[in-house]
Design a protein around this ligand. Sequence first.
Ligand SMILES: Cc1cc2nc3c(=O)[nH]c(=O)nc-3n(C[C@H](O)[C@H](O)[C@H](O)COP(=O)(O)OP(=O)(O)OC[C@H]3O[C@@H](n4cnc5c(N)ncnc54)[C@H](O)[C@@H]3O)c2cc1C
Length: 308
Amino acid sequence: MHVHGPAAPAEGVVVRNERCTAGRRAAGFVRHVEFDVSGTGLEGAFLAGQSFGVIPPGTDEKGREHKLRLYSLACPAGGEDGQGRIVSTTVKRLIDEHHETGRLFLGVSSNYICDLKPGERVRLTGPAGKRFLLPARPEEHDYVFFATGTGIAPFRGMLLELLRPRTGQPVLASKIVLVMGAPYASDLLYDPLLRELAYQNPNFTYLSAISREQQPEGEGPLYVQDRLTTHRELLGAVLGRPGALIYICGIAGMELGIVQGMARTLPEATREQYLRCDGAALAEVQGWTRRMLHKQLMLSRRVFMEVY
Ligand SMILES: Cc1cc2nc3c(=O)[nH]c(=O)nc-3n(C[C@H](O)[C@H](O)[C@H](O)COP(=O)(O)OP(=O)(O)OC[C@H]3O[C@@H](n4cnc5c(N)ncnc54)[C@H](O)[C@@H]3O)c2cc1C
């Protein structure tokens, strides 16, 4: 961790910067960006699920140097190149309206990264993150991943790590389910890659959940947690396996709906492996709040969350 801190950042070189939404009519602008970190302390230093920092150039309105922003690694430990030299991330342009003036506001770091061209140099820090990682012995576990938006980044890395192992490493038999949420089908990220991985690996199921329009298969609008109902049998069976793990990454707030969905759909013995709460709380699932997640509702060590 923190091989390069903000005081002595590494210099990465942009090697690729491309859109990673399916259609040109996507509601958000999201790009897949790769950096060459050869020869720096970051080379070969990452694990899937970790993040790195980007320090945008320039100063803020108070004249202070911009602070670093964190971005999840979108590649496996071996990087995009298998040698740990090329790292990637998935960046959404932050475009907002100023809450008082109503004027357009462009997020500093996300727009800086999305505008970068191959060959440009960037100040990078990291690696960061010690919990949102794959287990030490991945073959002893099964996995359910829930992603919304750029929360797919760490799962792209983990899936490539689990399903396309490097030469000499065993191919995994674990069951893996990814539930990917997006407002519109055109906002699904890395959709062709995820479909290909599901096609090539019968142990991997890729489910999307589109919240503002019909699903491509004709079902109505769905949030990620609704897949616990539509695919109750599949998710109940995977989560009922002894080494199963749940990972949640994406938009802050998504975790509450998922935990409520687990409380409603999982058989008691399975639910208790992930979530402990008393009978009174269980009778009031609808009224649960995010604050309760870390107090009354005790999530077990088999649940991993990274929401921002
Ligand atoms: C562990 C972790 C992993 C992450 N991974 C990713 C990832 O993989 N991909 C990704 O895209 N993001 C990721 N993020 C979020 C990322 O770190 C940034 O927060 C995000 O890109 C926005 O940064 P920004 O510099 O573009 O926006 P900022 O410039 O920092 O703006 C942030 C907020 O402040 C408001 N704001 C600030 N100044 C003004 C102003 N003058 N006027 C109006 N509003 C203002 C904006 O509306 C906005 O809501 C992650 C965060 C964490 C904590």
